[in-house]
Design a protein around this ligand. Sequence first.
Ligand code: AMP
Length: 602
Amino acid sequence: MGKILGIDLGTTNSLAAVWQEGESCLIPNSFGEYLTPSVVSFEADDTVYVGKTAKERLVSHPAQSFSVFKRFMGTDQRYEVNGKQYRPEELSAFVLRRLKEDAERYLGELIEEAVISVPAYFNDKARKATKDAGKLAGLKVERIINEPSAAALACRGLDEENDETFLVFDFGGGTLDVSLVDCFDNIIEIIAVSGDNHLGGSDFDKEIAVQFCREHELEFEHISSQRQRIILESASRAKCGLSEEKEVVMKVTDGEFEGQMEMSNKKLIEISMPLFERISVPVKRVLHDGKKNMLDISKVILVGGSCKMPSVQQYLRHMLGEYSLTVMNPDHMVALGVGTYAGIKERREDIKDLLLTDICPFSLGTGIFNAGNAKRTLMSTIIERNSVLPCSHRAHFQTASDYQKYVVIDVYQGEEYYADNNIHLGEVKVGVPLAPKGKETVTVDYTYDINGILIVDVEVDSTGEKKRQVITTGTDNMSSEEIKKRVEQLEKMKLSPADQEENQMLFAWGERLYAQTTGALKNEIGERLNFFQQLLHVEQNPYKVKKWKSGIEEFLRKAENYLDDSGIDWNPADIDSWYEEGDQDDERQEEDRRWYDGHLTH
Ligand code: AMP
């Protein structure tokens, strides 16, 4: 069996891991980093950038660059660029392709299969879309695993001795998942999960950005999308800065516009109070559903980038009492767990006895006649949320009108009272003999497994007629023919070559700084970019590229610091010094310099 890749396809960043030599190992990307930003950016010629380079292009090429698409998996959200439309799963497929290629390069073997983690609260459509993303990236995805369950697996690996019950609080860029986990011997049992898949770090970024606009008499919703992104980017930096410092100054430079705002953790809490309040909802619900209280819990494990926020930790302490909060590699936990799960799936000797039992994170049911309002059916739950998977439940229904010809079992997922407020997954229609209402009955079985495949069996009790429907797809999901067609189209699009990624990232970084600056600094950045572009595409001399790269990088870093450290007049000579400090005796450098100067004047 070939290696199975464990993938944490995150809202903000994605990571890959494999089971190797008795442990889960993270795979570095071509920058030698574990985190690949989940950002995709397109060039007019259909070159696709993924990761760090694409993230830089979010500011300089906002119309061609996309992030946070994971939030819309399985919805009808579409992204338009270069006259083509992309689904969220297609954008995710580019990220998966990049991770697959990085892993193949790192491991020196082809990867054909992956396990991908998804937020526990992902509905069926989003799960199906995630599997489709895998297929579009050329990966077989037999298993998906809930992110908090993956985190629990990784925690178990770190703490093998204790049999205990703990909470995993997984707070990422776009989602919050809270799980109640029980560990006993080799069994890791997820008892209950709850969450909010529209609450994450980017909501704090938005609150800070909106506050910044308020203080600068701007209306966030009415400024250009480029300026929105610059402010959001800066807000995110300020938020992350507050994990290190008590107070930070958020600075925004966009062309002629310059502004700053003081931020503190206290102010962050004040402006984001509604977000903090939303955090407590799934925590209370998971304890209630799992029939536990905090006294049964031995620890709370914090996972996900947003758990690094001191204000979040402070709020949890405030809410849960002085509980032991365990923060372990919040960025890596899910990926390490998926890597472990990949090992279990490979049936590796060293973990084959480890058993993870998971649960159904939402209720599944059908709509039934509402005597009070015939127009709106009521939800009748067949599989309750938090049922252990795989599970099968049976229910009986009778006809609601005299002499009705059919019984329609509408399949819904969710917790809402009215059926139509839940997600409609499909329907099964069976004919019944004509009879007064209540005389004809049907037996309905729902069987649901860990991969989100729901089998609905309906039997008419009087005639024995049976109908089965396997619901793996919602109406918005792609059919297998569609996937096949898109795979061919997407394969024609080239991912930017990994061995040139560093150069592309430098260029994208420069482009972003160019977009953010004005005057002399802008011109200087432009000239350096021209020079670098010529080195890359006209000269194509790898020796020179390598040599000048570090200089350009240094230059951009200084320009970035200047932006962060505004208030002094820009003096190009400051930044210029980087190449004058070099080894003047080096003839080649002189030669390069002349070449460079020559190109600047043309
Ligand atoms: P994840 O989805 O787990 O990768 O989490 C990403 C989120 O964590 C983003 O919203 C980041 O802004 C946020 N994040 C990452 N590092 C920090 C930090 N040091 N302080 C506060 N938030 C952070």
